[in-house]
Design a protein around this ligand. Structure first.
Ligand code: C2E
Ligand code: CA
Ligand code: CA
Length: 837
C-alpha cells in the first residue's frame, strides 16, 4: 500500500501484513476519501482497471475514473454506471453495500466484478475482481443448456427417471413437451403418470421389469401412450434399471416421440397390404422375401394355389425352392440371382411347383427388389406367382401336335429330322454308326380302300407297335405320313447289327393283321442307308434311304434294299430319263406296237393290245417297264397317253376296214390319266367321234389300283366310257386284292389273268386251280377272261379247257408293228382256213 503513514510500531507489523497481503492478491482494492476521491489503492487495481497508476495517484473521483473508462470504450456502450438505478437498488439489503455485485465490461473484453462498501465514518472501499473466465464458462453452460433444450425439442426426446423407492418421477423439459404439458401444469408421479398408459403399453412397461440377477438391467420398447391432452402418441423408450435384492429401485430412460415414424410405417404397411390385396384379388399369389435372412412371406392365395393351408409351409425361401421341379430349379436360381445382383431389371421365371396333392403346377414368378442397402445389396424382394398350367399344357399340346403323329403317337417327319441331326452329332463324338430306314407298307392302300379308313388306321397303329417292338428304346420310330415309317437305329458298332433287325421287321409286318373280323396281309419294303458309310449329310441320308426304298419296291416288295452308290447312279439315270422323256415326243422317238389277243375257241385274232416303244437315240430300245413309271412320276404320262390313244384309234379304224369290222384295240390307261378335271368330258370319246368310230372299237385297260381310289371321279368316268360302248379290261388280275364280286359294280368287261399265274401253268398245279376258279367266277358275273403271257401250247390248251375266252402271249406273237401285225393276222387266217378245209 502506498500513502499509508499514520502507524504505530505494533500497528506497523499489522500494517506490514496488510501491505504485503494487499500487494500480492489478484484483486484490486481502492479506498475513496470522504470527498469521494481516490485515496489509496493496491498495485493490482490500475492493472485490472487498465488505467495509469499516475492517474489514480492524482486522486480522481469515481466519476472521473468512469469518465476515463467510458471515453476509452468500457461498459460496452451501456449507460454511465453511476446513472444506472439498479446500481443503488441492491444496496437496500445491506446499507453499507453500495453495489454488491456489479459487472463491468472492460474495453478489452474482460469482465470485472466490482464491489463497493462504505467505510465506517466516511469514505468507500472498492474491490475489483477479474471474473472473465467465470462469466465465459457460465455463458457456455447457458448456451449448452439452450442447445440441449432445443435439440430435445427437435428430437422429440426427453429424459425420465423413476425412483421406485420414494415414488418419485422426474421428467426433463422434453418429456413435458412430449406429453403436451408444462412443469407448472403437471407434476409427474407414479400415480399421475399411470393414466397416460394404454392397457397394452402398461403391460409392456411392466413386463420390462425383468430381474436379470445383475445390479442393472436394460430395456427397450415401443409403446403407445396418451398425452395430457388425450392425444395418442407412440414412444420409444430405452434405459437402465437399478436393482437391489431383486427389486427395481430406480429406472432412468430416454423417451422419444416416434408417432410420426409409426404413422408412416403403418401407412406403408397399409398401402402394401392394399397392394398385396389387389394382387391377390387378381388371383396371383404374393411372396415377400427378406433377402439377407431368406425369410419369405407367402400370401394365402399363393399357398392355396399349391393346395396348402395358412402356415403349412415354413416361411423360408429354401422351403419353397425345395418344392420346385429339379429340372427348373437351376434356371430359377440363376434368374433370381441375376436380378439380386442388379443384372436384370426385373425377375421373371417359369417353373413347376409340387402341389400338396403330388401334382406339378406351372407358375410364372415375377418380382423385383424393392430395397437395397448403401452397398447395393438387395434387402427385400416382392413378387407374385401366376398359375400358367393351362397355358403350358396348351403349349405342350401345340408342341406335341407339331412334333408327333396324332394317330400312332410316333414322332413325325419334323421331329424325326431333328432327332436324326442329334444322333448324327452323337455318332460324330462316339464314333458309332447309325442306320436310317425308310419303311413303306406294301398294299396298304388296297386295305384302306376296301375295308375303310378306320380299319386302315387300326392297321397303321398296329404296324407302328410292331416296328417299335423290334427296336430298342434308344432307336427312333417315326411316321412320315400315309403308310411310310422311318427308323433311326443308333449306337451301332457296324452294319452287322442290322442283320437281325431287318428280317425281323419284314417278318413282323408280313404277319397277318386282325382288323375286326377281317384278317389282312400287308408286307413292307425297306430302304436302308448307314451313317457315316454312305454319307455325312442329313439330307443325303434321307435321299439315300428313299432311293433304296424305291429299289426294294421295284424289286417286288416285301424286302429291304441297302443304299449303294449304284442306286445313286440309278437315281441319276432316272433324272436323266425324265429329261430325255420330255424331248422324246416332239422328237418322234415313240412308236406303238401291237400284240394279238387270240379267241381261244376259234384261234381268230379280232383284238390287239397297243404297247408303247421308245427308241432312245443313245440307249436304243427302252422298255416301257422302265420309262412308264418315270413318265407317271413326272406327269408326262398324260400327254404321252393321249398320243398313244390317237395312234391306236387311227390304227383300229384302219383294221376295222381291212382286217375285221369289229376289230378292237386295247389301250393301257394310267391312273394318272383319270385325274381329269372334268369327269364328264373324256378326250378319247371326242377322238373316236372325229374318226367316226363306235365306242366298241377300243378297250381301256386299267389296273386294280385305279378302282380302289374311288375319290377322283373314276367311277363316273368308267360309267361314261361304258355309256359310249367302250369296254373296260382289268389288267394284271390276281396281283392285287380285289375280289371278283367287288369288281362287279364297276361294269368290267374283261379280266386279264396276270402273267405270273400263267407262266407256271401245268396240269395239277394250284395255279391251274386258281385260273379255273377265276374263269368260272368271271363268267358267272358276266365277264370275259383273257390270259396274259401264254408262251406254250400246253398253257393254251389248259386255258382253253378251263373255258378261258382269250389268250395273249409270245406263243402267238410278240408285240409287233402294224405291218407285221397285219401280215401275221393274214397268216393265221390262212392257217385256220387250211385247218377247216
Ligand atoms: P402290261 O399292260 O401288262 O402289258 C403286257 C406286257 O407283257 C407287255 O410288256 C408285253 O410285251 C408283255 N408280254 C406279252 N406276252 C408275253 C409273254 O408271253 N411273256 C412275257 N414274258 N411277256 C409278255 P411291255 O410291252 O414291255 O409293257 C410293260 C408294261 O408297260 C405294260 O404291262 C404296261 O403296264 C406298260 N405299258 C406298255 N405300254 C403302255 C402304254 O401305252 N400305256 C401305258 N399306260 N402303259 C403301257
Ligand atoms: Ca395291258
Ligand atoms: Ca398285264
Amino acid at each position: 500500500m502506498v500513502n499509508v503513514d499514520s502507524v504505530t510500531s505494533a500497528g506497523q507489523a499489522v500494517a506490514d501484513f496488510w501491505q504485503t497481503l494487499l500487494a500480492s492478491i489478484s484483486q484490486g482494492v481502492c479506498v475513496f476519501d470522504a470527498d469521494g476521491c481516490v485515496g489509496q489503492f493496491n498495485p493490482c487495481l490500475p492493472e485490472l482497471l487498465d488505467v495509469p497508476p499516475e492517474f489514480l495517484a492524482s486522486g480522481p473521483s469515481l466519476r472521473e475514473i468512469y469518465d476515463f473508462q467510458m471515453q476509452r470504450g468500457d461498459f460496452a456502450g451501456a449507460p454511465h454506471p453511476l446513472d444506472q438505478p439498479t446500481q443503488q437498488a441492491s444496496s437496500d439489503a445491506d446499507p453499507a453495500l453500495v453495489s454488491e455485485h456489479c459487472l463491468r465490461l472492460r474495453h478489452l473484453g474482460r469482465t470485472l466484478q466490482v464491489q463497493t462498501r462504505r467505510l465506517p465514518g466516511a469514505g468507500l472501499v472498492q474491490t475489483v475482481m477479474d471474473v472473465s473466465d467465470y462469466v465465459q464458462a457460465e455463458a457456455g453452460r447457458k448456451r449448452a443448456n439452450q442447445l440441449l433444450f432445443a435439440t430435445q425439442a427437435l428430437a422429440e426426446l426427453g429424459g425420465w427417471e423413476v425412483d421406485l423407492q420414494h415414488n418419485q418421477v422426474t421428467w426433463t423439459d422434453g418429456v413435458y413437451r412430449i406429453f403436451e404439458t408444462t412443469p407448472q401444469a403437471f407434476t409427474p408421479s407414479l400415480a399421475t403418470v399411470r393414466p397416460l398408459f394404454t392397457e397394452e403399453s402398461l403391460a409392456i412397461y411392466e413386463a420390462s421389469f425383468q430381474p436379470s440377477g445383475q445390479p442393472t438391467s436394460t430395456h427397450e420398447f415401443e409403446i403407445e401412450m396418451l398425452t395430457l391432452k388425450g392425444r395418442r402418441i407412440w414412444l420409444h423408450s430405452r434405459g437402465t434399471t437399478t436393482w437391489e435384492n431383486d427389486r427395481p429401485v430406480k429406472r432412468t430412460a430416454i423417451v422419444q416421440d416416434i408417432t410420426r415414424r409409426k404413422q408412416t410405417e403403418m401407412a406403408l404397411r397399409d398401402s402394401e397390404a392394399r397392394w398385396k390385396l389387389a394382387l391377390e384379388s387378381v388371383g396371383d399369389g404374393v411372396w415377400d422375401l427378406q433377402v439377407q435372412s431368406g425369410e419369405q412371406y407367402l400370401s394365402p392365395n399363393l399357398l392355396r394355389m399349391y393346395g396348402y393351408d395358412d402356415g403349412e409351409l415354413q416361411s423360408s425361401v429354401a422351403e419353397l425352392d425345395a418344392l420346385v421341379h429339379p429340372e427348373d430349379l437351376g434356371r430359377l436360381q440363376l434368374d433370381r440371382q441375376a436380378h439380386l445382383d442388379g443384372i436384370t431389371l426385373t425377375y421373371s421365371n417359369e417353373h413347376r411347383v409340387l402341389c400338396k396333392d403330388g401334382n406339378w403346377k406351372w407358375v410364372h414368378s415375377r418380382g423385383m427388389v424393392i430395397s437395397r442397402d448403401a452397398q447395393g445389396r438387395a434387402l427385400r424382394m416382392l413378387g407374385t406367382h401366376a398359375d400358367i398350367t393351362e397355358r403350358k399344357t396348351a403349349d405342350a399340346l401345340v408342341w406335341q401336335q407339331a412334333h408327333f403323329d396324332a394317330l400312332t403317337g410316333l414322332p413325325n417327319r419334323r421331329l424325326m429330322r431333328e432327332r436324326l441331326i442329334q444322333e448324327i452329332k452323337k455318332c460324330r463324338r462316339s464314333g458309332h454308326k447309325l442306320a436310317l430306314l425308310f419303311i413303306d407298307l406294301d398294299h396298304f392302300k388296297e386295305v384302306n380302300d376296301t375295308l375303310g379308313h378306320d380299319r386302315g388306321d387300326e392297321l397303321l397303329v398296329e404296324a407302328a407297335q410292331r416296328i417299335q417292338r423290334c427296336l430298342r428304346e434308344t432307336d427312333t420310330v417315326a411316321r412320315m405320313g400315309g403308310d411310310e415309317f422311318t427308323v433311326i437305329i443308333t449306337g451301332m458298332a457296324d452294319e452287322a447289327n442290322l442283320q437281325s433287325i431287318l428280317p425281323k421287321l419284314l417278318n413282323t409286318l408280313s404277319a397277318s393283321f386282325q382288323l375286326g373280323l377281317d384278317q389282312v396281309f400287308v408286307s413292307a419294303s425297306m430302304g436302308v442307308t448307314v451313317y457315316p458309310t454312305d454319307t455325312l449329310e442329313v439330307d443325303d441320308l434321307l435321299k439315300n434311304a428313299d432311293q433304296a426304298l424305291y429299289v426294294a419296291k421295284a424289286a417286288g416288295r416285301n424286302r429291304f434294299s441297302f443304299f449303294t452308290p449304284a442306286l445313286q447312279e440309278a437315281a441319276m439315270q432316272r433324272a436323266q430319263l425324265t429329261h430325255d422323256l420330255r424331248a422324246a415326243l416332239p422328237a418322234q422317238e415313240f412308236r406303238v406296237v401291237y400284240q394279238p389277243i387270240v379267241t381261244l375257241a376259234t384261234g381268230k385274232i379280232h383284238k390287239a393290245e397297243a404297247l408303247i416303244r421308245w427308241q432312245h437315240p443313245k440307249r436304243g430300245l427302252i422298255s416301257p417297264a422302265e420309262f412308264i413309271p418315270v413318265a407317271e412320276s413326272s406327269g408326262l404320262i398324260v400327254e404321252l397317253g393321249e398320243w398313244i390313244f390317237a395312234q391306236a384309234a387311227a390304227q383300229v379304224k384302219n383294221w376295222r376296214a381291212e382286217l375285221h369290222p369289229e376289230f378292237q384295240v386295247s389301250v393301257n390307261k394310267s391312273p394318272l390319266q383319270f385325274e381329269n378335271p372334268n369327269p364328264n368330258h373324256i378326250p378319247w370319246i371326242d377322238q373316236l367321234r372325229v374318226l367316226g368310230l363306235p365306242g366298241e372299237s377300243v378297250v381301256v385297260e386299267i389296273t386294280e389300283g385305279l378302282l380302289l381310289s374311288t375319290s377322283n371321279g373314276v367311277v363316273e368316268q368308267l360309267l361314261k366310257l361304258r355309256d359310249e360302248g367302250i369296254n373296260v379290261s382289268l389288267d394284271d388280275f390276281g396281283t392285287g386284292y380285289s375280289s371278283l364280286s367287288y369288281l362287279q359294280k364297276f361294269d368290267i368287261d374283261f379280266i386279264k389273268i396276270d402273267q405270273s399265274f400263267v407262266r407256271h401253268l401245268k396240269a395239277g398245279t394250284t395255279d391251274l386251280v386258281l385260273c379255273q376258279a377265276i374263269i368260272a367266277m368271271a363268267h358267272a358275273l358276266g365277264m370275259k377272261v383273257i390270259a396274259e403271257g401264254v408262251e406254250t401250247a400246253e398253257q393254251r390248251d389248259l386255258l382253253k379247257a378251263a373255258g378261258c375266252d382269250y389268250a395273249q402271249g409270245y406263243f402267238y406273237s410278240r408285240p409287233v408293228n402294224p405291218a407285221e401285225f397285219e401280215a401275221m393276222v393274214q397268216r393265221s387266217e390262212q392257217a385256220l382256213d387250211s385247218v377247216k378245209t
